[in-house]
Structure formats: C-alpha cells, structure tokens
Design a protein around this ligand. Structure first.
Ligand SMILES: [Cu+2]
Length: 123
C-alpha cells in the first residue's frame, strides 16, 4: 500500500505509522501557504485500501509548540464531503508547530497522525 503525497499544499512529509488501521490512507494538507499567525485550515482525506472515501470519522486536531508555557490549541474537523475533513486551526504564535490528528474511525479504531508545521510566520 502506498500513501499518495501529491497535494500542492502539503507541508508535511507523509509518514506511515504502526496504527490500528493500516488499511486506511491519510493525506493531510494545510492552507493557506505560507502558514501565518491566525486561522489556517487543515484538510484530511481518508481512503480505504480500495481508494474509497472513509466517512463518519471523528478528527480532533491538537496544535502544540515545542517550548514550555503554551497551552495546546484544539479544534474538531467536520466532514465537508465523503472522506474529506476540514478543521480550522488557530496558530496564535509564530514559530514551529506540531499538529496531532486524533482520528477515530466509525468502527472505533483510532489513528494518530503528526504534521510538522515549521516556521509559522508572525504578521
Ligand atoms: Cu509559542
């Protein structure tokens, strides 16, 4: 199985993890580019091994910075089309961020995915 990593706006490297749902492909991206302080949109596409969209997942996005003293930011994605999920993320400070995608499939399986978002620009 290969994970396509083709979208124009992808800033993170696609990685495979040892998850409980290895038959699910995840393609994530973030817009606009370059990422600046303020609200951005994370898009996540879930497809099964046959390339069919995976609907009715719940995706919670957690945004963290590496340095101490900052609370993580959370947001919940909504499914804008079958298998396509969108979530706002409020980058409230410039610098390097890590987004953790906490994905729960409709059948209860959980997937964790990390997106590195480096160099968020201050206004
Ligand atoms: Cu910070």
């Amino acid at each position: 199985m290969t994970i396509a990593c083709t979208a124009l706006l992808i800033v993170t490297s696609c990685r495979r993890h040892e998850d409980s749902a290895q038959d699910i492909s995840i393609v994530e991206s973030i817009a606009p580019q370059p990422v600046r302080v303020g609200e951005a949109a994370v898009s996540v596409q879930l497809t099964d091994i046959h390339g069919n969209p995976v609907s009715h997942a719940r995706i919670r996005v957690e945004g963290d910075m590496a340095h101490p003293g900052m609370a993580p930011v959370f947001s919940d994605a909504r499914e804008s089309a079958p298998g396509s999920y969108e979530s706002p993320v409020n980058f409230n400070m410039g610098g390097d961020w890590v987004l953790l995608l906490h994905i729960t499939l409709a059948d209860g399986r959980k997937i964790e995915r990390q997106m590195d978002v480096k160099g968020v620009q201050s206004r």
